[in-house]
Every structure is written in structure tokens, then in C-alpha cells.
Design a protein around this ligand. Structure first.
Ligand SMILES: [Zn+2]
Ligand SMILES: [Zn+2]
Length: 186
């Protein structure tokens, strides 16, 4: 594991959140309270109940503020975006061992909304990546027609596509056809 378990979980939820935007893949993946509820359950976001349309709106605007962190061209630029997210959300660092998990840090304030919760805890997770000198692990998919983001949690930093089965495989097939065409022409 590259980062702590909590940090990696937070990073994976951020990636799904950012890629849920119609700006990334053309289809809104979190259009309503029901899909947001599923997101919360899937990522085991704690202390969240009674979501409303307001939460949907706030989470949509948060993900657009997180996106530039993945396209930043330097760690200083990423740090500016991350600091801006953390600065606008209330944080209360504390240790907790809820739901049978070992002691770990929470940063959101008790009673936080979903957007506040994600801004605090995901903001700190992103800050830890940059503070560890690992900003280059936060990237965009390399497929030319894909604008999804990814976090590379592989030891040798070899992840290039948002999803190896879709973008990675699609490019693999395209490169193979290109080689065959080149071979046939020569
Ligand atoms: Zn927790
Ligand atoms: Zn992709």
C-alpha cells in the first residue's frame, strides 16, 4: 500500500466523484438523491443521513473544484487548489474507531453535510499525496478521447488509463490494428 488505508479509500471515492460529472464522460452519474445515497453506501461515508437535493447540488459543485487538482501541472499548482478546498470547509481533526474500524483520523466536523465531509476528508487525503511528493499519481486518463481522472496506487506508477478494461484495452486494440496496417503496407 502506498498511502494509509483511509487515504487510499478517500482517493478512490474522489476519483469516482470527479468522474461522475457529465463534463468527464458525458453522462451525469449522480443525478439525484438516490444515486448519491448509493455513492455514500458504496464508499462507506460515515455519519451521513437524510440527503436532499441541496446535497446533490453541493456535491456537484465540489467535484468541479476537485477536478483541477488532477490536471495541475505542478505540485505547487495542486497545492493551491487543495488549500482552497480545505480553507472553505470546517475541519475538526479527531481519532475515531467507529463501525469496527481501527483508530483512524476524521477531519469533518460532527454534523457536517456530505459536501463538507468530502471536502474535509478528501481534501486532507489529497494534501497527504502532495505532501508525500506523490502529486504525479493524480492524473488524467491518457486515452485521447477520455477526460476521466485516476489515482495511480501501483508501486511502480504504471497506471495510465482510468480503466484498463475500457480505455486501456481500446487503445491496445487500436495500436494493434495500426501495426497490422503498417505491416500490410510495407
Ligand atoms: Zn471513518
Ligand atoms: Zn479513460
Amino acid at each position: 500500500m502506498i498511502f494509509s488505508h483511509d487515504t487510499e479509500q478517500a482517493l478512490l471515492s474522489i476519483v469516482e466523484l470527479v468522474n461522475s460529472s457529465p463534463e468527464r464522460n458525458g453522462k451525469e452519474q449522480l443525478p439525484d438523491v438516490a444515486t448519491l445515497d448509493e455513492f455514500v453506501a458504496r464508499h462507506r461515508v460515515s455519519e451521513i443521513a437524510g440527503l436532499t437535493e441541496r446535497d446533490v447540488h453541493d456535491v456537484h459543485s465540489l467535484r468541479e473544484r476537485i477536478y483541477p487538482i488532477f490536471t495541475a501541472t505542478s505540485d505547487a499548482e495542486a497545492a493551491t487548489f487543495i488549500n482552497a478546498i480545505i480553507a472553505t470547509t470546517p475541519v475538526t481533526p479527531r481519532l475515531t474507531d467507529h463501525d469496527g474500524y481501527p483508530l483512524h483520523m476524521h477531519y469533518f466536523i460532527p454534523g457536517a453535510t456530505l459536501a463538507e465531509h468530502l471536502a474535509a476528508d478528501c481534501g486532507i487525503a489529497l494534501a497527504q499525496v502532495v505532501a508525500a511528493g506523490e502529486q504525479e499519481r493524480l492524473r488524467s486518463c491518457e486515452a485521447p478521447d477520455c477526460s476521466e481522472v485516476l489515482v495511480d496506487l501501483s508501486r511502480n506508477r504504471c497506471k495510465r488509463y482510468c480503466d484498463a478494461r475500457t480505455c486501456g484495452n481500446r487503445l491496445h486494440v487500436a495500436a494493434y490494428r495500426e501495426r497490422r496496417r503498417a505491416a500490410a503496407a510495407s
